[in-house]
Ligand binder design. Structure first.
Ligand code: HEM
Ligand SMILES: *[C@@H]1O[C@H](CO)[C@@H](O)[C@H](O)[C@H]1NC(C)=O
Ligand SMILES: *[C@@H]1O[C@H](CO)[C@@H](O)[C@H](O)[C@H]1NC(C)=O
Ligand SMILES: CC(=O)N[C@H]1CO[C@H](CO)[C@@H](O)[C@@H]1O
Length: 332
């Protein structure tokens, strides 16, 4: 497939995806709860800040949770439905192997319960998740941006909806660009959003295939040559027991793991990208230009990330009678 052909494919998918989300987005508003729940932003902000202080891994997990919610059937809190409360297997059951962390569900539940005291039955779980993700990015040092509100929560959540809607680490950058285009995002927005990997961690199982190639006779000496050699050896040793202990994890941004900054992009040309999908963004010319730009210019990254997050928050949103306001985020 030639470069031009690909661009056409992206453009077509983009045009196909854009109108519905744009129409729904225009029905969201930052002042949606002005009369019904005027303190909504402050209430969420307070809960989120306390949770993040107590459990510093909350922020990255919640950012990822928001992404997964929005890419599977729109930002409708369908990812929050618990397998324990749902009649059939909900999205989260398929997500289990993607290891969405408990603290990120907990922070939404806490904010929601504070809101149910202040303004019962008013604020959707989807809006709570969007606000929490925004606040947590800010707490880690990232950009602040307005969150349009008025999303309704889904009436369904089905594990079978997940397949094909989330990127995988084994995808080429080109395949990721096509997937993101289908959701209405340009390659530039893909790269900006992937900058979320400036925080949080990944389990060894997600990148072990880059570490133990077998070419070294099983002694672990053969690693993906696009990895920085010292980094690769450190990973080989940190992850050595990952099959026995699948919880072993490594920071996505090895240089400044807890800070939302542009260092993730500076890592990629140096072979310090952790996931194959991170490294791929540097190998592919269409995405490389944006990696380069963001690595050199934090302002450019923050501006684009803020815009792309607002767009992410509008993907497939349900308004009015298309959805409901759940009383409990983990129960349909
Ligand atoms: C572009 C394609 C992407 C791929 C292939 C991908 C894949 C992954 C994988 C495999 C992990 C590790 C999960 C684990 O082991 O627990 C991860 C972590 C993470 N991802 Fe992505 N992701 C992508 C894009 C995004 C986007 C667009 C966002 C948000 C805007 C995001 C936010 C995160 C965060 C914050 C973490 C760390 C989670 C934590 O520390 O709990 N990712 N991603
Ligand atoms: C990527 O991994 C998924 C699940 O781990 C698998 O179903 C899929 O076939 C893989 N895709 C490629 C292109 O290898
Ligand atoms: C960095 O990006 C911002 C926003 O796009 C731009 O205004 C500024 O000129 C850039 N700075 C440099 C040094 O290129
Ligand atoms: C698709 C997949 O990888 N499924 C795995 C999810 O995790 C459970 C428990 O660890 C495994 O048994 C599945 O094979």
């Amino acid at each position: 497939m030639g470069e031009l052909h690909l661009l056409r494919l992206i453009l077509l998918a983009f045009l196909a995806a854009a109108p519905s989300s744009a129409a729904a987005a225009s029905r969201l508003s930052p002042n949606y709860y002005r009369h019904s729940c005027p303190r909504v932003e402050q209430i969420v902000a307070d809960v989120v800040a306390a949770k993040q202080r107590a459990n510093p891994s909350t922020a990255a997990g919640t950012l990822r949770l928001f992404f997964h919610d929005c890419f599977v059937g729109g930002c409708d809190a369908s990812v929050l439905v618990s397998p324990l409360t749902a009649a059939k297997s909900p999205e989260r059951a398929a997500e289990i192997n993607l290891s969405l962390p408990g603290d990120s569900f907990d922070v939404v539940a806490r904010a929601k319960s504070a809101l149910e005291s202040a303004c019962p039955g008013t604020v959707s779980c989807a809006d709570v998740l969007a606000l929490a993700a925004r606040d947590l990015v800010g707490i880690l040092g990232g950009p602040r941006f307005p969150v349009a509100l008025g999303r309704r929560d889904a009436r369904r959540s089905d594990a079978r909806d997940v397949e094909g809607n989330l990127p995988r680490t084994n995808m080429s950058a080109r395949a990721m660009a096509v997937l993101f285009a289908r959701k209405g995002f340009t390659p530039r927005e893909l790269v900006a959003l992937a900058g979320a990997h400036t925080v949080g961690f990944s389990h060894c199982g997600e990148f072990a295939h880059r570490l133990y190639g077998g070419g070294g006779g099983g002694d672990g000496s053969s690693y993906d040559p696009s990895l920085n050699p010292a980094f690769a050896r450190a990973l080989q040793s940190s992850c050595a027991n990952y099959k026995k202990d699948p919880t072993i994890s490594i920071f996505n941004d090895v240089m400044t793991p807890g800070k939302f900054d542009e260092v993730y992009f500076q890592n990629l040309p140096r072979g310090l990208g952790l996931l194959a999908s991170d490294a791929a963004l540097w190998e592919y010319p269409v995405t490389r230009v944006f990696v380069q730009r963001y690595a050199e210019n934090r302002t450019a990254f923050f501006e684009d990330f803020a815009m792309a997050m607002q767009k992410l928050g509008a993907v497939g949103v349900k308004t009015g009678r298309q959805g409901v306001v759940r009383r409990q985020c983990d129960v349909l």
